[in-house]
Design a protein around this ligand. Sequence first.
Ligand SMILES: [Fe+2]
Length: 269
Amino acid sequence: MKNTDRDAVKQAFAEYSDRYDSSDPKIKLKISHTYRVASLCDRIAETVPGAAADLTGVAGAESSPGIIPVDRDLAWLSGMLHDVGRFEQVRRYNTFSDAQSVDHAQFGADLLFKEGLVDSFGDFDPEQKRILETAIRNHNRFRIEDGLTEEYMAYCQILRDADKIDILRVNTETPLEEIYNVSTDELRSSAVSEEVRQGFMERRAILRSRRLTTADILVSHICLVFELVYPVSIQIVREQGYLDRILAFESDNEDTKVWFEYMRKTINL
Ligand SMILES: [Fe+2]
């Protein structure tokens, strides 16, 4: 595996994102999201058994059964590149809605690996590129594709955990009206659909197409925690208080109020 020059990658990312209008809050948001997801990937990868840092001096560790050779630099890099498609998506369509434009993960992966954009970020070997492409193409899917090796699976899961944690952060740091593009009245009167409640009770993620109201989106973001794979990911969410803050949502809708009270009592992470 070739070494990753993180400074060169950051420089290349800055040059790439500079081509877009950084006065656009949507672009700004994606730049900071990218750096945060990359450092979360790094932090999560550090805890994955077999992460490169843990293997130093451990003879034969890479070939031991059950130890997945995760390279922290590569995990970090997947975070740096995972949302490259967002910039062109916003420029062309002025939206982050994949349903109304393109699937940003496939779009980004095509730019990187079909059109060769990845080469502007460094010199990577074919295996590194395959891992990156797999992780990026799978990062926004409802379920990771079947048939991946444990190693490929680990990179996919690390990136997905990191992305979910940062989505939770955005939900606590940005006014919900802004994220969901709704008025305060609409937000506070919003109901939670039956199917979305069901998803919470079954402790699973909610399909985007099943979210009918703004409160549904909020609940679906809460449900992201059920799909976090690594203990450190749950630890970060707890430490940062992201979940408590989202759960503290104040609704004017009586049913929604009761529902949020129920979630606060039962979530038990
Ligand atoms: Fe993404």
